[in-house]
Design a protein around this ligand. Structure first.
Ligand SMILES: [Zn+2]
Length: 401
């Protein structure tokens, strides 16, 4: 088979292989609030959107003086910056790539940090001509940012639904790229229902498979290139993707859930109560009933809350914990729920990384985490089934170590 020999690049010292990396994303001001509460959360890998810096001269000046890390009051070893293009997608906002370059430069990043290209998002319903144009614009922006930002890792995004457009996107990725991103498109599922949702789900899973295979098989990419799936909300889908060889992801869902009055739990591995669902869960406890969702608080959630060691819960009794998290309140306490949820997501990430390093992740996923028939289970099954070319998690990490 032609083209399977990979170019060997010298191993990078600052970019050691990272297994199951999770960037906890949000806007700078919110991350700063959270980071100021506890040292542990200050050290989490962060993915921060720069969308609030566009057109704001004073904010840009302040960023230039401090650098992004100091602005966030963070000490994280891993920082990623997102252009904010996706957050503004569909609204009448346009970003200028020169300004993106200025903001990224002002952030004063370190060698291990990275920025994401100012890409122009496409979706299944984007007309082909427009999709092609968006992909070409994204490529232009990628080349521009690489040119302007010497010493900064610029991560390209593989845009497009059709294989042809994805190939075009991938062909322009520099051979020394350290990270290649692709959109997860999971947000599309949240907006669809019934038959449409089922069809879309199959298509989204197929897309995962196509884009991951394509990146893996690309002979021009360095062996140490990392794959990053953008905007993966739940820890279960994160785990499914880690299991399938996607090294890193980002999520701000813990914060969105907190905003909707929900608290999250990652289940303990030794959970013996058969009523307890696998994986993770989010239960509405505050806010408007319309946004509450269907899961009700159950007696075992009391046990989980009692066991929580997050900075909000620790040292409080059960009722104090409930008050601190805003149980039954209509508004407020969002930051407390953010911290609690973030801590639970982090716990789940830590478990995954431990299992990956022990070589027991596959078994753990199927036995403890992925509910049969759930979206995460379907994604994992499709990405790891025998006739699919994707490597198993063990093969994957051995081959790419
Ligand atoms: Zn807690």
């Amino acid at each position: 088979m032609p083209g399977r020999t990979k170019k060997k690049l010298p191993p990078s010292k600052s970019f050691e292989k990272i297994k199951g990396q999770f960037y906890f994303g949000d806007e700078p001001s919110q991350m700063r609030t959270i980071a100021s509460k506890t040292k542990e959360l200050r050290e989490l890998p962060l993915m921060v959107s720069i969308k609030d810096f566009y057109g704001r001269e004073r904010k840009k000046e302040s960023l230039k003086k401090q650098g992004m890390l100091q602005m966030l009051k963070s000490e994280t070893l891993m920082l990623g910056l997102d252009s904010g293009a996706f957050a503004a997608y569909g609204r009448d906002v346009s970003f200028d790539v020169a300004e993106t370059a200025d903001i990224y430069r002002a952030a004063n990043l370190r060698p291990q940090d990275f920025v994401i290209n100012l890409d122009e998002p496409t979706k299944p319903t984007t007309p082909p001509d427009l999709a092609r144009e968006k992909v070409e614009n994204s490529i232009k922006n990628y080349n521009f940012l690489r040119d302007q930002l010497a010493g900064v890792t610029v991560a390209p995004v593989i845009q497009g639904w059709s294989k042809r457009l994805m190939k075009r996107s991938l062909a322009t990725v520099a051979p020394d790229a350290k990270i290649v991103c692709f959109p997860s498109y999971l947000y599309l599922l949240a907006k669809s229902k019934g038959y449409e949702r089922e069809a879309l789900k199959r298509r989204v899973i197929k897309h995962f498979r196509e884009v991951i295979t394509m990146i893996h098989k690309d002979p021009d990419l360095a062996e140490e290139v990392r794959i990053h799936s953008l905007g993966v909300g739940s820890p279960e889908i994160a785990a499914a993707l880690w299991g399938a060889g996607v090294e890193q992801l980002d999520s701000a869902k813990w914060r969105v859930l907190a905003g909707f009055g929900k608290v999250c739990f990652a289940f303990d591995e030794d959970e013996s109560d058969p009523k307890v669902r696998r994986g993770t869960t989010a239960i509405p406890v505050a806010g408007k009933p319309g946004s509450w969702g269907y899961r009700k608080w159950q007696p075992w959630h009391d046990t989980m809350l009692k066991n929580c060691e997050c900075p909000v819960c620790i040292g409080l009794d059960l009722n104090e914990r409930k008050t601190a998290l805003g149980f039954g309140e209509h508004s407020g306490k969002t930051t407390a729920r953010c911290i609690h949820n973030l801590f639970q997501y982090k716990k789940e990430r830590d478990v995954a990384r431990e299992k990956i390093s022990q070589g027991t992740f596959h078994d753990f996923l199927l036995r403890k985490r992925l509910r049969r028939g759930s979206l995460a289970h379907q994604i994992y099954k499709t990405l790891t089934e025998p006739h699919f070319q994707q490597l198993t998690v063990d093969q994957f990490f051995k081959q790419r170590r």
